[in-house]
Write a protein that binds this ligand. Sequence first.
Ligand code: AHR
Length: 310
Amino acid sequence: MKSLRLLLAGALALPLVLLAKPLRIGFAQTGAESAWRTANSESMKAEAAKRGIELKFSDAQGKQENQIRAVRSFITQGVDAIVIAPIVETGWDPVLREAKRAKIPVILTDRTIATADESLFACFIGSDFYEEGRMAADWLAKHTGGKGTIVELQGTPGSAPANERRKAFADALKDHPDLRIIDSQSGNFERSGGKQVMEAFLKKHGSAIQIVYAHNDDMALGAAQAIEEAGLKPGKDLVIVSIDAIREAVKAVADGRLNCTVECNPLFGPKVYDTVAKILAGETVPKKSFNKDELFDAANAAAALPTRQY
Ligand code: AHR
């Protein structure tokens, strides 16, 4: 009797299971420029798999036009929600208007956009890039006694992290007139870019360089390699500060090869999907929510290593 009931219950539940379609989410990722980005893509993919979400993942290979094309294709496919990590800040309004007309909510992650119409996206989830740049500058001022000549390795031109980290750092230096940026170039957030630009800086400015400020760890690690190849000791002959706190950089700080890295946590897959679920259920979500980030230097890097997740 009991087994007959179980059989009947199973048979009734079956059509419901078949009817419950998985959530379909399109994610327009920037590319794979850095270890941070790889960790971010992994977090989005792994969490989608865990929750049974059908994730349509698009790698734009660093080109905004590819991202816009991916968003249009998500709209045509009628996905439930679109997630974008915008490569650059400008140029998003037309495609976001198309998504709005199709009634597909857009969630911006990682990077913000510049728009006069904030109704074009449901919300933003990521880090406060301005705060990261300020933390890097404050650390530098404290540990150099407010004196030194700096070269800056910028991220992708026009991207929110490059714009905000540059501005925050420059704003903070206004209180420290003896900390001066003598050159600033983009290494595109890539390790090879950081190395190439640092080689050019060393050729041009030689021993006039005392400090390197890199907008991310990959460029800082590339610069460290260029400094070693020039016969100098990164972290000792030249102070290096950067942003992201990927495990490799935290280890380099513990080893004394880099001096400080400000965290920018990429592991927001769970938060993004929780937010998508709330939006689709008609709940109100905060328009902008920022991760809380820490800073690692010689005082805490070694202790942080065993629990570093990315
Ligand atoms: O937008 C976040 C930045 O993009 C990270 O700092 C960098 O590593 C990445 O490529």
